[in-house]
Design a protein around this ligand. Structure first.
Ligand SMILES: NC(=O)c1ccc[n+]([C@@H]2O[C@H](COP(=O)([O-])OP(=O)(O)OC[C@H]3O[C@@H](n4cnc5c(N)ncnc54)[C@H](OP(=O)(O)O)[C@@H]3O)[C@@H](O)[C@H]2O)c1
Length: 343
């Protein structure tokens, strides 16, 4: 499973895939992973390194492909290799593959086992699986607030509510993401850089910066002068002559995340503010939620961590599941999936 992670952000819109070939005695013969979109697939990488694989077992995180895409079908390479058994983490839900790769292997006499580590395989490829199911990018919303649920003081200042350990964690999130998104209110109030700084990151690995705003933004914002790609996503009413790149006619966050997926940006880290966070939550668009809570108070004049969710009664409360709670310096990090009500 770990080997598949080698592809990192470079494989989207393809999945992360790792393959290991084991000898009949159970010894590791070779390993391979899908390194980048359009590159050789994991199974072929492992087969190329292995030599004679007669009677061997291949363990692979996802169903081998059966169609001609940017590379020839992996299932064909496996059937002609001499591999006797294939253990597959999970079936590929991509309609171009979905079951056809497994069928091809079985029809050629290979012993195939599917779903042995499906839970881990699903977690590994949550961004890809979400994209195949919805056509949208996977959205990770990160917020930081006080014990009384405020994200900024009454004057809009919010630096810094949480400590250095929490901020370092956020830089790791940024490094793992294809793009970092904020609302226009945050871009103006905080003038953020949205770059990866506290952890090592090459220039080419820096995330794209996206501001979602219907109102004009000041030209002097750092976002517009820093190296790298900055996008303003807007409904097109304003003239954003200062921005490096403008996506017009983006009326809703849902449209934005279809556009980001089309642009090869699979994982989007949204860093607020509260109005944008509420908009995403109301539209059921937050796929992972991470909230840092600092041991501090701002009182009733502080700005709420999340804007209006349209909740009128306790039965509409938004809860999280698969929750982990960790201490990050003096702050508490709560992470999980949002449970959306479907009325
Ligand atoms: N503690 C934290 O983790 C954290 C994180 C982020 C932000 N914050 C704080 O949250 C506050 C900002 O949140 P928010 O809810 O006001 O805004 P936001 O969620 O960042 O942005 C939402 C919308 O605000 C509008 N907007 C408001 N003022 C604007 C302006 N002057 N220029 C351009 N667009 C503007 C834009 O929409 P339309 O123009 O389309 O109406 C934008 O899409 C700041 O005080 C910031 O410090 C805290």
């Amino acid at each position: 499973m770990i080997i598949a992670l080698g592809g990192g952000k470079k494989v989207f819109p393809n999945p992360l895939v790792g393959a290991v070939i084991l000898s009949p005695e159970g010894e590791t013969v070779s390993e391979g992973f899908h390194e980048f979109y359009g590159g050789v697939h994991a199974e072929r990488n492992a087969l190329e390194k292995a030599g004679d694989v007669t009677g061997c077992t291949m363990v692979v995180t996802l169903e081998p492909c059966s169609h001609h895409g940017k590379t020839p079908p992996c299932a064909d390479a496996i059937t002609s290799s001499g591999v006797a058994r294939v253990v597959i983490g999970m079936k590929d839900p991509n309609p171009l593959v979905s079951g056809k790769g497994i069928e091809l292997l079985r029809n050629s006499g290979i012993d195939v086992e599917v779903g042995l580590f499906e839970e881990e395989a699903r977690k590994l490829n949550e961004v890809y699986l979400h994209y195949i199911a919805t056509g949208r990018s996977f959205v990770h919303l990160k917020m930081a607030g006080t014990l009384d649920g405020k994200s900024a003081a009454a004057d809009g200042s919010s630096r810094w509510i949480t400590g250095p350990e929490a901020r370092k964690r956020v830089h790791e999130y940024r490094r793992n993401s294809h793009a970092v998104l904020v609302g226009g209110g945050t871009a103006v109030a905080d003038d953020p850089e949205l770059t990866v700084r506290d952890v090592q990151c090459s220039d080419e690995n820096q995330p794209v910066r996206i501001v979602f705003s219907g109102s004009a933004l000041p030209e002097k914002l750092k976002l517009f002068s820093l190296p790298g790609r900055t996008v303003v996503a807007t409904d097109g009413q304003e003239n954003f002559s200062n921005a490096a790149e403008v996506w017009k006619d983006i009326q809703t966050p849902g449209q934005l995340f279809v556009k980001t997926a089309e642009q090869g940006l699979g994982l989007i880290l949204c860093e607020g503010g509260g109005s944008l966070a509420a908009l995403l939550l109301r539209d059921h668009l937050v796929d992972r939620l991470s909230i840092f809570t600092a041991p501090a108070l701002l009182g009733s004049t502080g700005i709420p961590l999340v804007g209006d969710l349209g909740i009128e009664g306790i039965e509409q409360i938004l809860r999280m599941e698969d929750v982990t709670v960790t201490k990050t310096g003096n702050d508490i990090l709560t992470e999980g999936r949002v449970v959306y009500r479907v009325d």
